[in-house]
Design a protein around this ligand. Structure first.
Ligand code: CU
Length: 179
């Protein structure tokens, strides 16, 4: 063997530990990278489930607030008169569309059945109840005249099960009317 070959062989063995170190450093870096990759995937999965939980909680809150409200609250026209007011009421399957408040006095409810089932309108005057003598067939309109003093009244459809389906709401009578 020549001198150069000896030097080459010697340096090969002398550098061996350094080469091994370099390789293991490489592996450590690769492992770190893999860990970060796996960790971000796990974190992303966690964020996804957290977001899903948040959306779920929001949906529950919305449903709960819908369930606790007095049916759907839509609105129609109130026309003040010298004695009180004229109020348009639209009955739907299964919703009562009318204003949330009316001025006190003689209130004329112009009730229209815009649904596909028979409906009626009942106002609870804290003891006595007022409603149309006959339920309205689909498409029919009838007036119900009720003297109302200031306060809050329950309004519902007295047909079986309809109030539970959403035909129930509150009506506030303000003291700004004819009385
Ligand atoms: Cu009804």
């Amino acid at each position: 063997m020549t001198v150069e070959q000896w030097v080459s062989l010697a340096s090969h063995f002398a550098l061996r530990p350094f080469r091994w170190m370099a390789r293991s450093m490489h592996l450590i870096l690769l492992e770190r990278f893999m860990n970060i990759f796996v960790w971000t995937r796990v974190a992303r999965a966690h964020w996804a489930s957290a977001a899903a939980a948040l959306v779920g909680a929001f949906a529950v809150i919305v449903l709960a607030s819908c369930a606790s409200s007095q049916g759907k609250v839509g609105s129609t026209q109130v026309t003040p008169t010298t004695k009180g007011s004229v109020v348009e009421v639209i009955l739907k399957d299964y919703e009562i569309v009318m204003p949330e408040s009316v001025p006190s006095g003689e209130v004329t409810f112009n009730i229209t059945n815009a649904g596909s089932h028979d409906h009626n309108l009942e106002i609870d005057l804290k003891g006595t109840k007022r409603r149309l003598d006959a339920a309205l067939k689909p498409g029919e309109t009838h007036a119900l005249i009720v003297p109302l003093s200031p306060g809050t009244y329950d309004v519902l459809c007295p047909m079986t099960g309809h109030s539970a389906l959403g035909m129930r709401r509150k009506l506030t009578v303000t003291g700004q009317g004819g009385w």
